[in-house]
Design a protein around this ligand. Sequence first.
Ligand code: GDP
Ligand code: MG
Length: 536
Amino acid sequence: MKLRRNAKDDVALPERIAALQAAIDRAAERLDGEAVAFGQHVVEKSNGRLRHGTEHTLVAMLGATGAGKSSLTNALAGSDIATTGVRRPTTSSTLACVWGDDDATDLLDWLEVQNRHMNGSDERFDGLVVLDVPDHDSVRVEHRLEMERIAEHADMMVWVTDAEKYADAALHRYLRELKGHGAVMVMVLNKIDGLSEDDRRGVVADLRRLLVDDGIDDGRVLALSASTGEGVDQLQGVLTEAVDLKEAIVQRLEADVATAASELLAQTGEETGHEITGKMRAQLAHDLAGAAGVDAVTDAVSRAHRRDAAAATGWPFTRWIGKLRPHPLRKLHLDEGTGGRTSLPEASGAQKARAEAAIRNVADEATATMSEPWPTIVRNAAMPPPDRLADELDQAVGDAVRDHRSRSPRWWSVVGVLQVLLAVAALVGLVWLIAIGVVAWLQLPDLPTPSVRGIPVPTGLLVIGAVVGWLVAVIARRFAAIGAKRAARKAKKHAADSVESVAEEMVIKPIEAELATRNELVTLLTKAGGRLEPTS
Ligand SMILES: Nc1nc2c(ncn2[C@@H]2O[C@H](COP(=O)(O)OP(=O)(O)O)[C@@H](O)[C@H]2O)c(=O)[nH]1
Ligand SMILES: [Mg+2]
């Protein structure tokens, strides 16, 4: 099969059809259903037509009642139709007139045309199938539908009109839909036998102008008379060339594919380089962190650090008091060995609203230069189901804190040992003093009580053990407060990073995926031959 390559774009028809199909697959859930359905229809029609090869060229005679379609069909066929007694084409069904030895059975079955006339072989026309079609202005809707169906499936369209009807609105309504089909269209001004030379020229010029108004710049106009045969040879020349070159099929289908692609392209707009700015990302992460309760978590981390430090380095005699209150992280279900949902309080309405607004902002910013439906498509893609987002954020924050809990600093245990020693010293001093007291009370001989620089050792042990222990606890609390700040900062950083990845996964990536799809659509539709109408 000879499939002409478009000189300008160098994309063969099958590739164009495939590109349109790929675009339709992406457009199905996103763009206007009518344009998508039309595109699908064009793909199927094109594949159907191509399956029947390019050996035959289908030429449809189209026009208003009485324009001379049937007369012209007869003129092309010679007297065969009339003299062999084949029923004259009624206006209700299409008649196919086939030239050549091949009777085009499969093609005409596909086209669902039952009335067939075999014209025999004529080497100028072999492969030509002329279709005499019901009138486009028929009062019966089934005739118009049949006409539209044949017009759509033919490889070439011959629009027959005359000096009276060439400006009819009904005709030009059809022609306006065939922009881009100029290469496979011929306008025939019939019945010139009744016109003066001047009138012929005038009408032809006027018809050309109307065609240009319809958007068909390259339309051919032939003036002829089906009755007298004058000028019919020009049409024969056009048809001979079409049958010979076998290009009409590809040109027709290319024009159809391009039309469908353009319709979809009108809804995608131009390709865009899109960038979600760092500022937008940061704002999004910040507002999501607020909704995720990152502040409450870092606060708990700080308090937990101080409490753990106190438990390890505090004054042994009062340490137990701190343990009476629940552990801040355990309370949030964030302590070691846990997993799953935290018991962070749910985000407030204001926090949720801020998070949603941030998501919407990113979507809107990303689609600022685009027209509908893209802002809506992207916003929908960006907005995760509310529960899902809350769960993901909670999980992210919880895991970030659990996975990055700082280990207890080494100095805690050193101080802890020191505290034990000091406590033991204090206790020894106390017991010793009690013993001395008891012995004195019992009037027994005094216990030997050594002293250092005049201070009795038991008293020294008690006082130094207690006072230094208390001082060490106070100093340790100071250092623990610094450590707590650092731990909170670290936890905040990890939690914020996790929130950022959730934002990336659940908001940014879906947005970027939609924008990428949109650009893919533009590429595919342009490859299919689609053009953007300049917006006026
Ligand atoms: N004068 C003149 N009459 C024509 C010409 N072609 C067709 N007619 C007449 O116009 C009428 C309608 O023709 P027909 O072929 O049936 O038109 P259709 O409805 O388009 O198929 C018939 O009476 C024809 O004889 C022509 O070139 N010149
Ligand atoms: Mg007719």
